[in-house]
Design a protein around this ligand. Sequence first.
Ligand SMILES: Cc1ncc(COP(=O)(O)O)c(C=O)c1O
Length: 422
Amino acid sequence: MVTVTGRHEPAAAVRPAFDPDRVRADFPLLSRSMRGRSLVYLDNAATSQKPRHMIDAIHRYYETLNANVHRGVYQLSEEATAAYEWGRAMVARYLNAPSPAEVVFVRGSTEGINLVAAAFGRRRVGPGDEVLISAMEHHSNIVPWQMLCEERSASLRVIPMNERGELVLDRLPDLLTPRTRIVAVVHVSNSLGTVNPVAQIVEQAHARGIPVLLDGAQAAPHGPVDVQALDCDFYVVSGHKMFGPTGIGALFAKRAILDAMPPYQGGGEMIRSVTFEKTTYASIPMRFEAGTPNIEGAVGLGAAVDYLHQLDWEAVARHEADLLAYATGALSAIPGLRIIGTAANKVSVVSFVLDGAHSHDVGTILDQEGVAVRTGHHCTQPVMDFFGVPATARASMALYNTRDDIDRLVAALHRVREVFPR
Ligand SMILES: Cc1ncc(COP(=O)(O)O)c(C=O)c1O
């Protein structure tokens, strides 16, 4: 059989320790020019660039393995199924899930949260109950719970944050009430960069018998996750933010919970038997994967994770911490620039506002200099309201960014200052 990655030995055996310049060479798009200059890509929290390893795996999949999965008795379908399930096993390993059966492929974090709110939440949450989220959630971890609360006459409660953008956990014991049915909290904030002490939240919730969902969309791109150490009940990730393809993500859920959960959607692939009188459902994880799945996405995400597995993550963490410190120092020195989100524990994300210049104007001028950052509310309007700003500009760094990228950002911001003097 042709392997998806095109090799049989583990990736770790063929690549030496982490080197940002070498890593950059693995991401073809980073060598593009933009507006006559080399591209500086600092919008990784929105979506990351892709390693050639992943692009090649998808290419190879279509050239050598393409067939529908889980239904063919012929060899090609069996090979396609093996590739799809290989992707699941790779994700399970990256999340340290006890088994691949506890990993459900979804479209992304948004669909993973909606799945849990619908299939788990509808049964668990009733009139007068409470769902607890935090003040720094992405809309994807607010709206599905709000919809559930409306439907079930329950209420949404919120863990507050402080001026640095850190959760005020002193309030947690009061917010975890006998009516709390589920806690859903972001592991790493996309607009502030804050890394939340989620293991502590899980521990306190579990002490009261309350299950916890963690939104790991922004955590997984910064290193492997250990769902067993976190002891969370649910964990969601988006493939496209962790160097994989768009349209694929994963929901981890503990086996006992998944086993007891009803399906999310009905259709092919998720059944055991169907008659007009009654349908019985497949076992996990297939029960939650109705219809022909995103096979190419699973293969691509598996290959992205295969690529990530071979990195020296301690070295990556040191590199990203250096980028964060360097960017924080350099941006703070720009007159009139205010950083939004100054938590003690952050990933390499820096949101900021520049007095006298709207964030969209900042983004447009940076683009003219070949620097790509995100501007807007970052799907976290309550965070913007809390800090009293309509929008921020956000530079989000990934493992392939360098100090040179930050220097280009800073030079471009000085250009903004010239256009919009204080
Ligand atoms: C923290 C967080 N949660 C959820 C999402 C939603 O991810 P997706 O759009 O891939 O479903 C995002 C996307 O920006 C995010 O940053």
